[in-house]
Design a protein around this ligand. Structure first.
Ligand code: NAP
Length: 475
């Protein structure tokens, strides 16, 4: 593959390429450019040139193209889902769902974009007015993580394009192919050259150049907190706008009167999906003491039903994407064991012919955890959860908030009022009470504390791709 610039596949000026491999088998099945700073310059020039025209295109025309792009995603969801499953290792059915959900988000942004408005305050001064207009911010650099390549891209893409921004996508070096294909499909939909470009390569090689380039107006980033902090600091030096969607180690509080029939399957699903490689997964479980042992038993039994294997075999979980992602699961489990925790299921790397070529870690529950253990303090980004006892709700909230992160939190409480009170006290950008629905497209998503800055989705997500301008006039 090559970079996708100006609607064409373009060889990298760097002349170098990196491997894309299947995390289940280790087989290298594609190569993508490892771009350099000269490639960054080329892609930014293309996007800036395109921006000058794209910002003047009527919103209704942009909306037609965007709906067409979403439609093509749906029509190719099986093909895209297969590509995604191959590069990521996640079960293919979930990958196809990601494509369709991302198409829905793209459609949602389209409609919401049609509702963006300015304002004219009524000052009642004869012959004078001021109008407040929204303008597209400019060229947006999207830098995304490997774990949900298309969901993370489309959380930015549709919002940027409908407002009149152009976008340069830098997908993860590990899962770039699905993003590249989406860019090609959008070009087929009729998008003008340069409106949606893709450059591949390693973040450490081209990240700084993308962030600081003179044509970069905003960086919309999803990834680790360390990387986000680095990007945020650099962006601030150059007065670039940012949205940072970063890490988390999300807590759940299970009160004594919770409906465990509902809570346990929801918690297991939200702890182990995508092999635990998602930002707002449950990493810390706080359970009221009177139901603690019963809860641990039920969670362990529910977890035992999960199957791990090849992404095309119909199993529930695949491998971790890489050794780097695998390590925290191993290390946090070992740390907890050393400090006296009880591993009720999992805990060892999976071995045997179907597992030996990938980084497979089983769903793992660490019972009797406490806050001296890494599992309750550090992000795992893997299929391991710590479970800890609490006695009253105030203690539970204090434990849940005892974290540098604040992305998501969860509560199950028989009395809804108690659940809502806990939700109000939790320091997190999103809180789920008494069930864990899919995150909706029309409500904001993002983190408090070190989980990020800004929000994606909803009208809030779109507005962050615009600048406000006040125009005073006399008549
Ligand atoms: P990562 O290492 O921070 O990488 C994310 C992206 O940043 C990749 O495209 C990466 O490129 C790029 N990058 C790396 N170094 C860079 C630099 N110096 N300048 C600019 N870009 C750079 O994160 P990851 O390991 O892919 O993903 C896991 C993390 O993402 C977790 O912490 C998770 O919580 C977080 N995440 C957050 C959300 C959210 O919505 N809050 C969603 C998903 C994931 P390369 O691939 O070339 O390294």
């Amino acid at each position: 593959m090559e970079n996708f610039i100006d609607g064409k596949w373009v060889k990298p000026l760097s002349g170098t390429y990196g491997d894309v491999s299947n995390p289940v088998t280790g087989e290298v099945f594609e190569k993508v450019p490892h771009s350099n700073i000269a490639d960054v310059d080329a892609v930014m020039e293309s996007s800036f040139k395109a921006f000058k025209k794209w910002k003047k295109v009527p919103v209704a025309e942009r909306a037609k193209l965007q709906h067409k792009g979403a439609q093509l995603m749906r029509e190719h969801s099986e093909e895209l889902g297969n590509t995604l499953a191959k590069e990521l290792g996640r079960p293919v059915a979930a990958c196809i769902r990601e494509i369709n959900r991302s198409a829905d988000l793209t459609d949602y942004y389209t409609e919401e974009g049609l509702r963006l408005k300015g304002e004219i305050p009524l000052h009642n001064i004869d012959g004078e007015r001021a109008m407040i207009v929204r303008e597209p911010i400019g060229v947006v650099v999207s830098i995304t993580s490997f774990n949900y390549p298309i969901a993370l891209l489309t959380m930015k893409l549709g919002a940027a394009l409908i407002t009149g921004c152009t976008i340069v996508s830098k997908p993860s070096d590990e899962t770039p192919l699905s993003t590249m294909r989406i860019a090609e499909l959008f070009s087929e939909a009729g998008y003008p050259e340069g409106v949606f470009n893709v450059i591949t390569g390693r973040g450490r090689d081209i990240g700084d150049a993308l962030v600081t380039h003179k044509h970069t107006a905003k960086i919309a980033f999803t990834g680790g907190t360390n990387t986000g902090q680095r990007i945020g600091a650099l962006a601030a030096q150059h007065c670039k706008r940012v949205t940072l969607e970063l890490g988390g180690q999300s807590p759940i509080i299970v009160c004594a009167d919770a409906d465990l029939e509902k809570a346990v399957p929801a918690i297991v699903k939200h702890t182990f999906a995508n092999s635990g490689q998602f930002c707002y997964r449950i990493g810390r479980v706080y359970v009221q003491e009177s139901i603690y042992e019963e809860f641990v038993k039920r969670m362990t039994e529910q977890t035992a039903k999960l199957t791990v294997g090849d992404q095309f075999s119909g199993c529930d979980m695949g491998p971790m994407i890489s050794e780097k992602m695998f390590k925290p699961s191993m290390e946090q489990t070992a740390d907890a064991k050393k400090k006296g925790a009880r591993i009720t299921i999992g805990g060892e790397r999976l071995k045997g012919s179907q597992y030996d070529k990938g980084w497979f870690f089983p769903p793992t529950i660490i019972a009797d955890a406490d806050h001296t253990m890494d599992i309750m303090n550090e992000e795992t980004f893997g299929p391991v959860a710590g479970v800890m006892k609490f006695s009253n709700n105030d203690e539970a909230v204090a434990l849940a908030n005892d974290s540098v992160y604040g992305l998501a939190a969860y509560v199950f409480a028989g009395e809804l009022g108690a659940g809502l009170r806990i939700a109000e006290d939790l320091e997190a950008g999103s809180v789920w009470v008494n069930n864990i629905q899919r995150s909706y497209h029309d409500v904001p998503f993002g983190g408090m504390k070190q989980s990020g800055i800004g929000r994606e989705k909803g009208r809030f997500g779109i507005e962050s791709f615009t600048e406000l301008k006040t125009i005073y006039y006399s008549y």
